[in-house]
Design a protein around this ligand. Structure first.
Ligand code: FAD
Length: 562
């Protein structure tokens, strides 16, 4: 039916005949209006990235009048929360990926996928420059450009090394599917190497010393998965080597999982110590060589060299070079990630959106605007705000900047303002003092976390905005424009935190759910299984992952080095 529709459109575009086409497929660039009359140029949406943000945007997009082109070096979506399970074979790599062409196959609009990476964004000519990532590119140039009307940047981030010498050369990252597969092979490789004859005791200990750098959720989960693999599977297959194995977790801060509730941190630290993992906090890695990892211990000030067999580096995320280059181009220097407004538009670029790990909402600007809301509310220019106007201002802030309210929590904002008000007398608020206090709050404000949850919600929010673009153009539903008149087309993005998990191994998981509700233990592990099974992107991956879990329960993990 779609072909027939395309044919009709082509016929109307070319005035009755299938004449010379201006591009590969003119039906992609134009479509007839509802009455079948004048043809309207399709708006071209280019999506960079097929991760959480990009895929959730594509899944939510429904507007048939769009022409969509996706550029990504990966032709699949990967379910990253299960990557640590791939490192030990609990789950197979293929079970957690879904081809992007499968995901967009049933879309009502035209979608093209290009397996390539974008290396430059040209905002002046509205083009992205891309380079094919395929090996053995057959003939022709492997570089091309793509024009856009709207650009959606969802390129995620890369692993952050903090420029520590030797990290790129000697450690493993855990970011992509290939990383997890490489780690799995290396672990088994270490055991096989340590089984060879003529290896000294000291060398055997070194080879079987696994070091994890970074006590965030990924590092902790990987250390726990590795421990399970060693205890439950490898110890049976290599019984003579069990006593040589050490797993060390290095964390530069005072505690692991420091973004979680203290009860979870405490439980995790106690569990790891009970399980025999060597947990070192206050330990900052300064250098990695091919056989040793060097640290500076905060407590003693000493430099320590630790021999290792494998290091996994998991210390957070950094900016991709192409994003950095784009930030320079648009004057967003000295930032870690792209700054957007509350509608996920890149600041200063009208038709470019950025979401997921490569972007964040610019809190400083939001704070400036909030300060101005107060100034505006002071209609008589007295420098004071009457108590009567107070609630109105709070509502205005809540509507305009739901993100700020999420961070500070609504009650906190109220308490903070109330405090200021009380300090200054019964019914008036001094605006200058308020601004001062606000800048103190500003310094404490945190960006949204770089998680799949944020990326996915931003993707669906943006898709919803695109789907209703024409309606909202006519009937804007957002808050009043701060600069200029009228309302914004859309409501601002609002993140809904659904809680987070920290799997700790031994069939135990910690969960911090909304309302700071904490749950830890075996029952939470079952909650983890059910949540992640339900969140998988397709029925195919769901079936594969569940069968992998079942296989692991019955037969254990596979230790073949393939
Ligand atoms: P990504 O998902 O990284 O996607 C980026 C996309 O951009 C990829 O398709 C990539 O190929 C593509 N790309 C890269 N460079 C280019 C280029 N030059 N041109 C075009 N495309 C490009 N979050 C949670 O909420 N819960 C969890 O349990 C959890 N566990 C995690 C476990 C691990 C091991 C890791 C690594 C992350 C985990 N996260 C988790 C974080 C989560 O994966 C990220 O926050 C999320 O992937 C961010 O989504 P994104 O779309 O911004 O980036």
């Amino acid at each position: 039916r779609r072909n027939l529709y395309n044919l009709l459109v082509i016929t109307s575009v070319s005035g009755g005949g299938l004449l010379a086409f201006a591009n590969n497929n003119p039906a992609r660039t134009a479509y007839a209006d509802a009455a079948g009359g004048a043809h309207i140029r399709r708006k071209k949406v280019v999506v960079l990235g097929t991760g959480w943000a990009g895929t959730s945007f594509l899944k939510g997009l429904k507007d048939p009048s769009l022409d969509v082109e996706i550029v990504s070096p990966r032709n699949y979506f990967a379910f990253t929360p299960l990557l640590p399970s791939v490192t030990n074979g609990t789950v197979e790599a293929r079970s957690i990926v879904e081809p992007i062409r499968n995901i967009v196959r049933k879309k009502q609009f035209d979608v093209q996928f290009r397996e390539a990476e974008c290396y430059k964004i040209d905002t002046k000519n509205k083009k992205v420059h891309c380079k094919s990532t395929q090996q053995n590119n057959v003939g022709g140039s492997d570089e091309f450009t793509v024009d856009y009307d709207y650009l959606v940047i969802a390129m995620g981030a890369r692993s952050n090394t903090f420029n520590t010498p030797g990290v790129v050369e000697h450690t493993h990252f855990l970011k992509e599917i290939e990383d997890a597969q490489k780690i799995r092979k290396t672990v088994i490789d270490c055991f096989e190497k340590a089984s060879l004859p003529n290896i000294s005791e000291e060398e055997r200990k070194r080879i079987l010393h696994f070091v994890v750098v970074g006590g965030g959720p990924t590092g902790v989960e990987f250390a726990a998965e590795l421990h399970d693999f060693v205890i439950e599977d490898l110890a049976k297959l290599y019984p003579d080597l069990k006593s040589y194995v050490t797993i060390t977790l290095l964390e530069a801060g005072d505690h692991i999982l420091n973004m979680f509730d203290k009860r979870i941190t405490q439980f995790a630290e106690d569990k790891f110590r009970r399980d025999g993992l060597d947990l070192k906090v206050g330990s900052m890695v300064t250098k990695v060589t091919d056989k040793e990892i060097c640290t500076k211990e905060r407590a003693t000030g000493k430099n320590v060299s630790i021999p290792y067999g494998m290091v996994v580096w998991s210390t957070g995320i950094g900016t991709r070079p192409v994003v950095m280059d784009f930030m320079k181009q648009i004057g967003q220097t000295n930032r870690r990630v792209l700054a957007t407004d509350e509608w996920l538009r890149v600041e200063g670029c009208e038709d470019i959106y950025a979401l997921g790990d490569c972007a964040t909402i610019d809190q400083r600007k939001v704070m400036e605007d909030i300060a101005s809301i107060f100034t505006k509310a002071d209609k008589n220019n007295t420098g004071k705000l009457k108590a009567d106007d107070f609630n109105e201002v709070i509502n205005d802030i809540t509507e305009r900047y739901p993100q700020v309210v999420i961070h500070l929590k609504k009650q906190q904002v109220k308490n903070f303002l109330q405090l200021l008000k009380n300090a200054q007398g019964e019914d008036e608020l001094d605006i200058e003092k308020f601004k001062l206090a606000l800048s103190a709050v500003d310094a404490q404000m945190k960006n949204l976390p770089a998680t799949a949850q944020v990326a996915a919600q931003q993707g669906s929010y943006l898709a919803d905005c695109f789907n209703r673009m024409n309606d909202c153009e006519k009937n804007p539903e957002g808050p009043l424009r701060f600069r200029g008149s009228g309302r914004h087309r859309f409501k601002a993005f609002r993140y809904k935190h659904l809680g987070q998990f920290a799997p700790l191994g031994g069939e135990q998981t910690a969960a911090q759910l909304p309302g700071d509700w904490v749950s830890i233990g075996h029952s939470t592990q079952w909650l983890w299984y059910s949540v992640y099974a339900s969140k998988l992107v397709s029925w195919r991956t769901r079936a594969l992952v569940i069968s992998d879990w079942g296989r692991r329960f019955i037969f254990g993990r596979d230790s073949s080095k393939i």
